[in-house]
Ligand binder design. Structure first.
Ligand code: PRP
Ligand code: URA
Length: 211
């Protein structure tokens, strides 16, 4: 049955950019640019439901009643490292957004997340929070990061990734059924190293040119 909390962004621009992103011949500079551009386009799609309110302004011609964002308190929380690549794209569209950081890496043996850093805006309880990480593989990192954020009781949480594996999506939506998930590609499966197939490889390494 279709899960209304999961959104696949199948906009042609996003899908085109995602193909170039996946290509193993795409270098770090272009990879970074594409992650940022896809994040910007996903930001546009995932903020469609922001509430608006009427204001009155003077145009050079007349008085007009027009719309502005109502209660636009938002925060983004990239999961380090790879989530950092999505920050610019979000900030380009929402310049006043607050930014928290959660540091996590996957243990190479167990594939379980190990957290090493957490600094979040203290007023998270008044905000909508967008959690950013390009890859949702087993879902362990996303589940733990969101649990951490929930301790602050934010108004709403959305999780934005570029590629998701079915395994990770199931784990995340079962652990946090109240969190809306946005992704650009839903892939086939995880391999024996818990990498997404076909995926794009190691997102952090490709963004930062490590390895
Ligand atoms: C990657 C990715 C996610 C995590 C996803 O991070 O950016 O945070 O793996 O895997 P999961 O869904 O199985 O938890 P990684 O551990 O490679 O750390 P890095 O971003 O510092 O490279
Ligand atoms: N982390 C990545 O960067 N890529 C994967 O395929 C899985 C986890």
């Amino acid at each position: 049955m279709e899960n209304k909390m999961v959104h696949i962004i199948n906009h042609p621009l996003v899908q085109h950019k995602l193909t170039i992103l996946r290509d193993k011949n795409t270098g770090s500079k272009q990879f970074r640019e594409l992650v940022s551009e896809i994040a910007l386009l996903m930001c546009y799609e995932s903020t469609r439901d922001l509430p608006l309110m009427d204001v009155q302004i003077e145009t050079p011609i007349a008085t007009a009643t027009t719309k502005v964002l109502a209660g636009k308190k938002m925060a983004i929380v990239p999961i380090l490292r790879a989530g950092l690549g999505m920050v610019d794209g979000m900030v380009n569209l929402i310049p006043s957004v607050r930014i928290g950081h959660i540091g996590m890496y996957r243990d190479p043996e167990t594939h379980k997340p190990v957290d090493y850093y957490c600094k979040l805006p203290s007023d998270l309880g008044e905000r909508d929070v967008y959690v950013l990480d390009p890859m949702l593989a087993t879902g362990g990192s996303a589940v733990d990061a969101i649990a951490r954020i929930k301790e602050f009781h934010p108004k709403r949480i959305k999780f934005m990734c570029i590629i998701a594996a079915p395994e990770g999506l199931k784990t995340l939506t079962e652990a946090h059924p109240d969190v809306e998930v946005y992704c650009a590609g839903l892939d086939d499966h995880l391999n024996e190293h818990c990498y997404i197939v076909p995926g794009l490889g190691d997102a952090g390494d490709r963004i930062f040119g490590t390895k």
